[in-house]
Write a protein that binds this ligand. Structure first.
Ligand code: ADP
Ligand code: ASP
Ligand code: MG
Length: 425
C-alpha cells in the first residue's frame, strides 16, 4: 500500500515520477495498491469555489464536489502507469468498496468490500484508489475530513492485509517538530502509535489522526517517507518495551482552534452540563476546557473549538448566556496550542514544569493548560506559537546538528505563524 499526498502529485512531472516509483516497486515483486490525494491546492480551490457559490454549501453536494479532486489524480496517475506498459486501473472510493456512515464532511469508514481491488490485483494490475472518500450506507458520496487520504490508505492496508502502509509526503518522515517551523528538527526513526496519536491530535498534520487510530486498532505498520528523495523515513509501530523511551519525542503546534470564554457564570451544579450539552447538540466539537476557581459565587469557563465552528458556537453561547445568567461571552481566534508529547513523561517528573519555565523565559503567556499521561498542551497567542515551539525544541534538546528536512525547513523556518498556510491535496 502506497499513499501519495497532494504535493507529491501536484505537477504532471511529479505524477510521472510517482508512476516510475510504483513501477519500480512492482518490479521488485510486490502487488501494489495506491491511494492518491487530489493534486496540491485542488481541494482548497474546490472549497473556495463552493463558498463562492453558496454561503453555507449543502453537505451532500459539498462532498460530491470535493471528491472530484481525487477523481482527477487517480485517472492521471493510471495513465502514467499504463504508459510504462504496466496494467493499472483507477477506482473511486465507492468503486473500491469503501462504505462509510452518513456524516458528510467527516464520515467514518464502517466497512470495506475489497473484492474488486483483489480481483484486479489477481489480474496483475496496479490498483489506484481515490483517497478521502467513500459511499455511505444510504448510498451518497461522502468525504472523510481534510487529510483523509491517510485514513483511506491505512484502512485499505488493514482490509487487504498489506505488508505496510507507506505514506509518501513532502518531508522525509515524522520529525521532532514541524521542520518548516524548526529547521533543526530531527527525523524520528520510529514512533509508537500512542505518541503518534497525541502528535496528530495536537497539530502534527503529517498523519491524519483517524489513520493512526485505524493503524493502532488493526496493527498496520506505517512508514512515513519522502516522495522527493525516496529515502527511508519514520516507522509508526507498536511500542517496543525493550527500548529506552525518549522523555519527549516531539513538540507540536496547532493553529486551527479558537478560544471562547463565558464569564460570570453562577458556580452551581448543572452549569457546565448546560453549556456543553448545547454545544454538542449544535455538533460543535470542543477540545480543551478550563474552569476558573469561583469567587463571589461566579466563575469563568473557557474552552477551545475548531475555528470554522466559531460562528456556530458563538450563536449557541449567546443563547446559553441568557439561560444560565452569565455576564458575557468573549472569543479569540488568534490563539495557538503548543504541546510536548512523549511516552517518557509517564515516568519522569518535572517535564511540565520545564515546559512552563521555558515559555516564561521566552516571555510567552500561557492562557490555558491541559495534560494527558504522555502530553502537556498550552494555549498561547498565535503570534508566539513558532517562537514557543523553537524554544521548547531547544530546551528539551531535540535537535540535530545537521538540520531537519531537505524540503522547505530552513527557507520558511523564520516565518511567523500567520504565513503557515500551504496547499494540501
Ligand atoms: P500530504 O499532502 O502529503 O498529505 P501534509 O501537508 O498533509 O502532506 O503533511 C505533511 C506536512 O506536515 C509537512 O510538510 C510538514 O510541514 C507538516 N508537519 C507538521 N508537523 C510535522 C512533524 N512533526 N513531522 C513532519 N512533518 C510535519
Ligand atoms: N485532498 C484532501 C485534502 O486536501 C484529502 C487529503 O489530501 O488527504 O484534505
Ligand atoms: Mg496530509
Amino acid at each position: 500500500m502506497q499513499k501519495y499526498g497532494g504535493t507529491s502529485v501536484a505537477e504532471p512531472s511529479r505524477i510521472r515520477e510517482v508512476a516510475d516509483h510504483i513501477v519500480r516497486t512492482r518490479a521488485e515483486g510486490h502487488d501494489v495498491v495506491v491511494v492518491v490525494s487530489a493534486m496540491g491546492g485542488t481541494t482548497d480551490d474546490l472549497v473556495a469555489l463552493a463558498h463562492d457559490v453558496s454561503p453555507v454549501p449543502h453537505a451532500r453536494e459539498y462532498d460530491m464536489l470535493l471528491t472530484a479532486g481525487e477523481r482527477i489524480s487517480i485517472a492521471l496517475l493510471c495513465m502514467a502507469i499504463l504508459d510504462r506498459d504496466v496494467p493499472a486501473v483507477s477506482f473511486t472510493g465507492s468503486q473500491a468498496g469503501i462504505v462509510t456512515d452518513t456524516s458528510h464532511g467527516r464520515a467514518r469508514i464502517v466497512d470495506i468490500h475489497a473484492e474488486r481491488i483483489e480481483e484486479s490485483l489477481r489480474d496483475g494490475s496496479v490498483v489506484v484508489v481515490a483517497g478521502f472518500q467513500g459511499v455511505s450506507t444510504s448510498r451518497d458520496i461522502t468525504t472523510l475530513g481534510r487529510g483523509g487520504s491517510d485514513t483511506t490508505a491505512v484502512a485499505l492496508a488493514a482490509s487487504l492485509g498489506a505488508e505496510v502502509a507507506e505514506i509518501y509526503t513532502d518531508v522525509a518522515g515524522v520529525f521532532t517538530a514541524d521542520p518548516r517551523v524548526v529547521p533543526v528538527a530531527r527525523r524520528l526513526e520510529r514512533v509508537s502509535y500512542e505518541e503518534m496519536l497525541d502528535m496528530a491530535a495536537t497539530g502534527s498534520r503529517v498523519l491524519a489522526l483517524r489513520s493512526v487510530e485505524v493503524a493502532r486498532n488493526h496493527d498496520v505498520k506505517i512508514h512515513v517517507r519522502s516522495s522527493f528523495t525516496w529515502e527511508p523515513g519514520t516507522w509508526v509501530t507498536k511500542e517496543d518495551p525493550t527500548m529506552e523511551q525518549a522523555i519527549i519525542s516531539g513538540v507540536t503546534h496547532d493553529l486551527s482552534e479558537a478560544k471562547i470564554t463565558i464569564a460570570g457564570v453562577p458556580d452551581r451544579p448543572g452549569i457546565a452540563a448546560t453549556v456543553f450539552r448545547s454545544l454538542a447538540d449544535a455538533q460543535v466539537i470542543v477540545d480543551m476546557i478550563e474552569q476558573n476557581v469561583s469567587s463571589g459565587g461566579v466563575t469563568d469557563i473557557s474552552f477551545t473549538v475548531p475555528r470554522e465552528a466559531l460562528p456556530g458556537a458563538r450563536r449557541v453561547m449567546t443563547e446559553v448566556m441568557k439561560e444560565v445568567g452569565a455576564t458575557g461571552v468573549d472569543d479569540n481566534e488568534s490563539i495557538a496550542r503548543v504541546s510536548i508529547v512523549g511516552a517518557g513523561m509517564k515516568t519522569n517528573p518535572g517535564v511540565a514544569a520545564k515546559m512552563f519555565e521555558t515559555l516564561a523565559a521566552e516571555g510567552v503567556n500561557i492562557e490555558m493548560i491541559s495534560t494527558s499521561s504522555i502530553r502537556t498542551s498550552c494555549v498561547v497567542a498565535e503570534s508566539d506559537a513558532h517562537r514557543a515551539v523553537r524554544a521548547l525544541h531547544a530546551a528539551f534538546d531535540l535537535g540535530s546538528d545537521t538540520g531537519g528536512s531537505e524540503t522547505g525547513g530552513s527557507e520558511t523556518g523564520g516565518s511567523d505563524a500567520s504565513s503557515e498556510e500551504r496547499a494540501s491535496g
